[in-house]
Design a protein around this ligand. Sequence first.
Ligand code: ZN
Length: 288
Amino acid sequence: MMALEEILLHATREHWSTGHFNASESDHMRAICEAAKEAGTPAIIGTSEGEAKHLGYDIAASIRDGLRKEFQIPIFLNADHHKSVEAAKAAIDAGYDSIHIDLSALPFEENVAGVNEVIEYARRKESGISVEGELGYLRGDSKIQKEKIEVKAEDYTNPDEAKKFVALTGVNRLAIAVGNIHGISLDEPALDVERIRAIREAVPEEVALVLHAGSGIPDEQIKAAIEAGIANIHINTDIRVAFVNELRKTIGEHLDEVAMYKLDASAAGAMKEVIIGKLKLFGASNKV
Ligand SMILES: [Zn+2]
């Protein structure tokens, strides 16, 4: 199987982006794989700490193994936004392929130290785990925001700091704050594409740039971000909305039905359609 690093390097060089989609149920994981298989692209499944606790770390890894057997495409399981070294280690122990250790709320030096602890732990396992660090402050959470969220100048990732951070840690991927906000914001987000370009030039090509909070960003801005060097885009809210809206509708229409697998089948289908649309937008089709 192709390593995640290799796929990301191709994406960076060829100006397309991989898609990272979050899951909290096995149905979601399957929908992500079905979409990726249909698009002909690797599946990257993310679980936040909350999503991972709901699924169970070991169970998430087991489902991934089953999906690999069934779908025969590269499937990667990422611990998304793990906010402590302990949480990241739990995901490594369970056999996750990839860790996003997000210590961006801490001062620079503490962020570097924590990321290095995770990298050392991962290397000791000799498992070829890909590690992502985060620099800059991402506001919001994965829902439809009811209030305007202001992005402040100091929230943005600084290219010089990014260069230093990468050199001091040796991360494989870097999550950056460039005007993106978690969730779907009230007003249209404005990505700082020039800043993405500057960060891309400041850090080695082998380090992939990651854009979190890809939901609710207009297509043209997504395309510009990919052109500027983004190689991995996270989508969570958009697929949550697709799943839950469809589930609500189906439950409302079938009040006597109690077989959950019948009620949520179309919800998984709605999620899959959104994912396929995103993968097309990212230029990720026909890569495996
Ligand atoms: Zn994120």
